[in-house]
Design a protein around this ligand. Sequence first.
Ligand SMILES: Nc1ncnc2c1ncn2[C@@H]1O[C@H](COP(=O)(O)OS(=O)(=O)O)[C@@H](OP(=O)(O)O)[C@H]1O
Ligand SMILES: Nc1ncnc2c1ncn2[C@@H]1O[C@H](COP(=O)(O)OP(=O)(O)O)[C@@H](O)[C@H]1O
Length: 634
Amino acid sequence: MASVDTRPSAAQVLLQSAETKSLLRFITCGSVDDGKSTLIGRLIYESQGLLTDQLTALESDSRKHGTQGEGLDFALLMDGLEAEREQGITIDVAYRYFETPTRKFIVADCPGHEQYTRNMVTGASTADAAIVLVDVTKGLLLQTRRHAYLLSLLGVRHVILAVNKMDLASYSHERFVEIEGEFSKLASSLGLKQIWSVPISALQGDNLTALSDRMPWYKGPALLELLHQLPDLEAPDSQRAWRLPVQYVNRPSSDFRGYAGTLLGGGKLHEGDSVRVLPAGTVSSIARVIGPSGDLDRASHGQAITVTLANEVDVSRGDVLVAADSPCEIADQFAAHIVWMDEQPLLPGRSYWLQIGARTVAAQVTEIKHRVDINTQEYIAAKRLELNEIGFCNLYLDRAIPFETYEQLRELGSFVLIDRQTYSTAAAGMIRFALRRSANLHWQALDIDKQARANIKQQTPKCIWFTGLSGSGKSTIANLVERKLLALGHHTYILDGDNIRHGLSKDLGFSDEDRVENIRRVAEVAKLMTDAGLIVLVSFISPFRSDREMARRLFPDGEFIEAFVDTSLELAESRDVKGLYAKARAGQLKNFTGIDSPYEPPESPELTLATATASAEELADQVVSRCLAPDSDA
Ligand SMILES: Nc1ncnc2c1ncn2[C@@H]1O[C@H](COP(=O)(O)OS(=O)(=O)O)[C@@H](OP(=O)(O)O)[C@H]1O
Ligand SMILES: Nc1ncnc2c1ncn2[C@@H]1O[C@H](COP(=O)(O)OP(=O)(O)O)[C@@H](O)[C@H]1O
């Protein structure tokens, strides 16, 4: 006789999910070999959340295909997905739901391989937490680094390092501590903050639902306990004001007009609050706040509500209602990280639809500042982004939109790009900051001017622009010049290529486009420095004539002194101070000036410094006398 099955049916589980238990969304990172499937399967099983049909299938599959003898093979719960993948079925992300008496969980299972980056990004974009699985016998792998980077990119706030297969390492405390240390170094280099580490054996069930006596040195919590303790969606900063993106305008009759959406942000929305409609900027006040079961006095983050306004103002789907005294920014140009998800590469200049919240606008990527190697996090110059590649880009929208940076508020700082021909989702993006429209910027008049700043230093501001091949002698000569000027009581500063590329230009590589941008930035900084009354020494390869001309145009006549450090390629290469020429010749360094990237010598520089025939000391003297000569102003 069949026994009565007391496990909940699928329908019951769904009904239960409507209860008000808190929900934690998390993602698991790691490959199947790390024991990911076994871990998730076991967590679901042990938390009694298995649906009846799933369990029946698991029991029969374990008998037929299992690798665990008479026991249940938990990995089979997840492996169905692998089979689907083999059949070529595209699965964005596989989500599994389970719950315990106190919490509901949605776990996103994302495959570990690089070609599934877009899947992981999709899963992580809504996750509150992530479990990074590391096989204790293998330690940190390249993919661990990749996963940790993606978690930091997507701002997943709680990261749990699960060191798995502890049974295969004799439950060694030492080995656990070693891996934990390596991971915490990696995490802090990526800016991941909340890290927990748990030694587990997914197969044996150690430290999953209860502490294991095989690892008495581990004082807890067990993994499931930890998942219960984590706060769900990070409570937004309560100082931040509320935002209500309008999902739709509810107008059942002519005397009711409500605006529905999910409330976001830290602050509470109250009946009577002043409200601003963005992007238009019109002001009104909240007349009613309506929740699923009637009128409310107030609402907070995450609540689905409808509001009505005190007077008739124009509000459409996609607008954002904000606290009137604390509106969010509006802009039409952004810098954003973009994860490319389409088979067709991203081409700057092409028009896409950009969807942010309920708003859709036309957008172009005007520039890919760099691509990020997701395994090493190196910045690489890129003219296009291919499937699964990540780029840091400038975007231009055809109209201004209200937004928050992704860091401030995920929901108003993330967007997707949609291919206008195929309507496929081409990319996911995260707004890092707005690039303001110059039309909105005004020059601020100041009382103290350049002349006053220079007078007090008793000098004439200058920009001495050293240009030449790598290893030509720019830094050596500039350094000597600065020492000499300083000894004469002058106020100086050196802007050196290598140094600026560690900070101001650390996002730039060595493509032609990046060099152009590098020089543009440095020229602007040099101009500010002469404005401060300084003598500024600029030491950059600055290989392109047109960019040096652009720099020159920023300065008044006579202030810009172009000093060509004239050293032949052969000589510079024979010096090879940093060993870069050898690397470039060996093909290990691309776009190297003079080898596979051009250098355009100046046509009529103020100074030509021939390093083959004069010493650095002599050349520095030439520069100093030119710099201080009164006629150089002419
Ligand atoms: N591919 C490639 N090409 C040229 N230089 C390279 C490259 N990769 C690294 N480096 C190192 O970067 C320094 C040059 O940076 P700059 O900012 O002066 O270059 S540029 O003006 O933007 O062309 C340069 O420093 P210097 O040798 O002092 O010129 C090199 O050390
Ligand atoms: N006349 C000279 N002027 C400048 N540097 C010289 C000269 N003769 C030899 N050198 C050597 O060439 C190298 C130039 O390197 P560096 O100043 O770093 O070049 P850059 O900044 O252009 O890359 C230094 O090792 C320097 O000592």
